[in-house]
Design a protein around this ligand. Structure first.
Ligand SMILES: Nc1nc2c(ncn2[C@@H]2O[C@H](COP(=O)(O)OP(=O)(O)OP(=O)(O)O)[C@@H](O)[C@H]2O)c(=O)[nH]1
Length: 328
């Protein structure tokens, strides 16, 4: 047990001045808009799972930006999208529910893609949360030339005027529009400032040093899922769910050589998908295990024994009971 007096959290948690701001922000945007990457750039460490393919962010992962004057808690929502399956519907309900509890919303729109029906759909959804300020974040600015960016900024401004009208706020449209590149670290600080400026006066909500309050098991499951999706994203776009069945430090280990046992199940929808995940002679599953084990060990800071099982859970995306069991 650590001594609470020497635990830096105890001390820092107590100190704050009355101008301190703290609260919640959430990023929305269609799949691949750059939400996870921006979250990571703001928090400064990998907490959300990014991928080059849409819709990997299924769980609400929070990253926390600690600053002298403020604490910004980022709720990384799943991509808002038109619901096609029960899972889609649940995600959308979850998003609206999450959004109505945050202090400010960041609407991510990539600079290098024309505004489309997906963006308009999200803008319309935002009228369901009329009390939250919405800051438009034009992401991936490193991918476009200056005049293309200027045009996109105007298009975004028009989107706000057209689609956010009727929210009943004084000024229709976005509360601010900020161009940003998370990968080039351009304007990331400005995004933080704009979001923080819209948070209420409040002491810190979390102890300093906390980067995320996502239960470790969920982050571990995400790491396995990320490894399992490697190379097969085109074949199995959204048919994989991962559940950590058990996770515990192994008993009887010497104190300086701890080991964490992780038992996880990879759920797929069909036998054919199970075969893909396992691979010839079990080689894919082995590779998934190796990659996931390394990233989990990094996350937990201890060596890990990882035991993976592949299970066929028919139509898990459509079955409410199974979805509940899988943690959605
Ligand atoms: N060049 C460039 N690429 C970026 C930037 N931000 C994100 N990307 C890339 O865009 C892709 C999608 O980024 P994510 O952060 O995963 O997007 P997301 O909105 O979280 O996606 P979902 O999880 O599908 O909702 C990834 O390949 C990123 O590397 C940026 O500022 N510049």
């Amino acid at each position: 047990m650590s001594d609470p007096q020497s635990d830096p959290r105890t001390v820092r948690f107590a100190e704050h001045d009355e101008n301190h701001r703290a609260g919640f922000a959430s990023f929305v945007g269609r799949p691949n808009a750059g939400k996870s990457t921006l979250t990571n750039a703001l928090v400064g460490e990998k907490v959300a799972i990014t991928s080059s393919k849409p819709q990997t962010t299924r769980h609400t992962v929070r990253g926390i930006v600690h600053r002298e004057d403020s604490q910004l808690v980022l709720v990384d929502t799943p991509g808002l999208h038109r619901p096609r399956t029960l899972l889609g519907q649940r995600l959308n309900d979850l998003v609206i529910e999450t959004l109505s509890e945050v202090d400010v919303i960041g609407f991510c729109l990539p600079a290098d893609e024309a505004i489309g029906p997906g963006d308009r759909f999200i803008a319309e959804q935002l009228t369901k949360v009329p009390h939250q300020p919405v800051v438009a974040l034009v992401t991936k600015t490193d991918r476009v030339a200056r005049d293309a960016l200027a045009e996109q900024l105007m298009a975004v401004e028009a989107l706000g005027r057209e689609r956010l009208a009727g929210r009943g706020r004084q000024d229709d449209g976005f509360d601010a529009i900020i161009p940003v590149s998370a990968t080039a670290d351009d304007q990331v600080e400005v995004v933080a400032d704009e979001l923080v400026g819209r948070l209420p006066l409040s002491p810190p909500l979390y102890p300093e040093g906390d980067l995320t309050d996502e239960p470790e098991a969920i982050m571990v499951a995400e790491l396995v899922r990320e490894a399992a999706l490697e190379d097969v994203r085109d074949e199995l776009p959204h048919s994989i769910a991962v559940v950590v069945d058990e996770m515990a430090p192994r008993e009887g280990r010497p104190e300086d050589r701890p080991l964490v046992d992780v038992h996880a199940s990879i759920h797929v929808e069909r036998d054919s998908q199970k075969a893909i995940i396992i691979g010839r002679g079990g080689r894919r599953l082995q590779a998934i295990g190796t990659e996931a084990r390394e990233s989990i060990a990094k996350l937990l800071g201890t060596p890990v024994y990882l035991d993976l099982h592949v299970k066929v859970t028919k139509d898990w995306q459509r079955d409410a009971k199974k979805l509940g069991k899988l943690g959605f």
